[in-house]
Write a protein that binds this ligand. Structure first.
Ligand code: XBP
Ligand code: MG
Length: 255
């Protein structure tokens, strides 16, 4: 089946948002609320196994203070803290703290020029997606994507396939006509469970993730001056990932 759409993840794939945005934003929200919690890289790396910021926050609370976390007011407190965290993250984005990863803008623009459809399937809050796109790509950024599936649009976050089903339904395409670009085990698992072939570009926190069967497993998408490194079809691969590369890998997956 011909490749008709790219379905992009956001956090870790478009940009290193986890380390440069979300983690810092959580810590700022904790500090502002007078809470002693601070998430360093080691702790956050481990907490990333729980997808969804509100879910991550609740899991942390249950771990450090199970009694307080069992109180009826907890859900509302988590929601409020998370709202403040999102505000801090948007402030970091707008301050220019976070740039797109290598090859992302190049591939997005090439896909757009060639009429390849593009969508987003992410666990993060919608405001974080539009904030990043606007800062990194300008007003035209969000228009590059026909469908944006994000956050609580579905009941079960990645590694569940729900957000991919949601996006596919709106694209009106079968999973095999699409290709997902992800950075993590949770993302790759979700995409595969929905039937999409996956290309992985590993991010700062996902270098050691067991991503399972993927079309390619790379450090990034590469730029002409700095080729991407990794494996494709189980062999060493080095180069610049462009639309032709993705089409070739996708054809290979279709047999
Ligand atoms: C991203 C997430 C999100 C972000 C934080 O996963 O799990 O929860 O860490 O964003 P993926 P929110 O890249 O697989 O989509 O706090 O807005 O949830
Ligand atoms: Mg991700």
């Amino acid at each position: 089946m011909t490749l008709q759409a790219l379905v992009w993840d956001v956090d870790g794939t478009l940009a290193e948002t986890e380390d440069e945005g979300h983690r810092i934003a959580f810590n700022r929200a904790f500090e502002e609320a007078g809470l002693p919690w601070r998430w360093d890289r080691a702790v956050y790396g481990e907490l990333l196994r729980i997808t969804g910021g509100k879910e991550r926050l609740l899991a942390w609370w249950q771990r450090v203070d199970p009694e307080a976390a069992a109180a009826p007011a907890t859900a509302a407190t988590v929601r409020r803290l998370h709202e403040r965290k999102t505000a801090h993250n948007l402030e970091l984005l707008r301050g220019g703290a976070i740039a797109l990863r290598p090859g992302v803008r190049r591939l997005l623009e090439q896909a757009q020029r060639q009429g390849l459809r593009q969508a987003i399937a992410t666990t993060t809050t919608p405001d974080n997606v539009t904030g990043l796109l606007e800062v990194a790509l300008g007003a035209a950024g969000a228009r590059m994507f026909e469908v944006i599936g994000a956050g609580d649009a579905v009941p079960h976050k990645k590694p569940a396939p729900d957000i991919f089903h949601w996006v596919l339904e709106r694209l009106g395409l079968p999973a095999q006509a699409c290709l997902a670009i992800e950075d993590s085990a949770a993302g790759a698992t979700a995409a595969r469970a929905a039937g999409l072939p996956v290309v992985v570009t590993r991010s700062r926190y996902t270098a050691a993730d067991a991503v399972g069967e993927v079309l390619a497993d790379l450090g990034d998408l590469g730029e002409p001056a700095a080729a991407a490194q990794g494996t494709a079809g189980g062999r060493r691969w080095s180069g610049v990932v462009d639309v032709d590369t993705l089409r070739a890998w996708h054809r290979g997956a279709a047999g």
